[in-house]
Design a protein around this ligand. Structure first.
Ligand code: PSU
Ligand code: MN
Length: 304
């Protein structure tokens, strides 16, 4: 993998001098937000992470190479072009071989962050078990990679388009602790609560770093999922969101949308149905995660 990876200069320098690097996924840019909010958000995440003394590494695939850290020109292409591929772990070798342009999901980003030795990865929401997955078998490969990659993931919980209790069960089976950051409950992305109690809570980044170190020092491979609730001011009305999700699921079913298309389909329908509010919430929660992720990366680096 090593000679397939291309590091940006900033990331290479950071790694050489022990500055903590924070990974960011690119599917959220290509398929999760409209242009130009996506490129502006990506740049703001970079500034937040740099202001906290770390270095951001957006992960993507381009020209037969895996990119760890991308320049503004490639960011612009990922944000703007219509046929950017959504790359999960399964798709990585295909997109490298075809020299296509790929935006990595949580699972794709985890594979690459792990290979690059990055310990903290910031995203919005992870994939999981879809509603009806007991028959469709649609469970995101995000959960498989969370099980085996030694990278802590900061998310705003799990979006209610999924089956949250099933997703938590699978994470338990796979040994992935879900740590509520200053909360006892699993946040549901647009909302701070889901009614589902978590087994672990951390109130400081040092506690999170301690959990990471304990897990990996013992050779228990795999991720720690940090669930960071959306800031109060941006929290959405759960009723409005849930109605939009129900509608989107009915539409997806009618149109026979399945496989890797289903998540982007539902995400875009929900954001259409809720207007600009959900986009503002989405931006706010990812920025909030970037602030926390950088602090965690710093706290962890101090411990090793
Ligand atoms: N959930 C969200 N926002 C997202 C995604 C999931 O709330 O942008 C994206 C992430 O990139 C995640 C991917 O890794 O969707 C999961 O896709 P799938 O369900 O096809 O595995
Ligand atoms: Mn799926």
């Amino acid at each position: 993998m090593k000679d397939i990876i291309e590091y940006s200069e900033e990331v290479r320098e950071a790694m050489g001098s022990g500055v903590p690097v924070v990974a960011l996924e690119s599917t959220i840019i290509a398929h999760g937000m409209p242009y130009p909010e996506n490129v502006n958000t990506a740049k703001r995440l970079g500034s937040i992470i740099r202001d906290a003394g770390c270095v951001p590494a957006i992960i993507a695939i381009s020209g037969g190479k895996v990119c760890v850290g991308i320049d503004d020109a490639l960011l612009e292409r990922i944000a703007k072009e219509k046929d950017v591929l959504k790359v999960s772990r399964r798709d990585i070798p295909i997109v490298i071989a075809s020299k296509g342009l790929g935006a990595t999901t949580v699972s794709g980003t985890l594979v690459i962050a792990h290979a690059a030795g990055i310990k903290v990865f910031v995203t919005g929401g992870i994939g999981g078990a879809h509603r009806g997955s007991e028959t469709s078998m649609d469970v995101s490969s995000d959960l498989e990679e969370l099980a085996i990659r030694d990278v802590a993931v900061v998310s705003a919980g799990v979006k209610a388009i999924l089956d949250l209790p099933k997703t938590l069960e699978i994470l338990e089976t796979k040994g992935v602790p879900v740590v509520g950051y200053q909360t006892d409950e699993l946040p549901a992305f647009y909302t701070r609560t889901s009614g589902l109690k978590l087994v672990a809570r951390a109130d400081t980044v040092d506690e999170v770093a301690c959990i990471m170190k304990a897990k990996w020092d013992l050779g228990i491979g795999g991720s720690i999922l940090i669930a960071n609730p959306i800031p109060h001011a941006f929290e959405a009305d759960a009723k409005v969101i849930n109605a939009a999700i129900e509608n989107a699921l009915v539409r997806a079913n009618e149109l026979g949308v399945s496989g890797k298309e289903i998540t982007p389909f539902i995400l875009s329908h929900v954001s259409e149905a809720t207007g600009g509010d959900s986009l503002a919430a989405n931006v706010a929660l990812v920025e909030n995660n970037a602030r926390l992720g950088a602090k965690i990366a710093f706290a962890f680096a101090k411990r090793v």
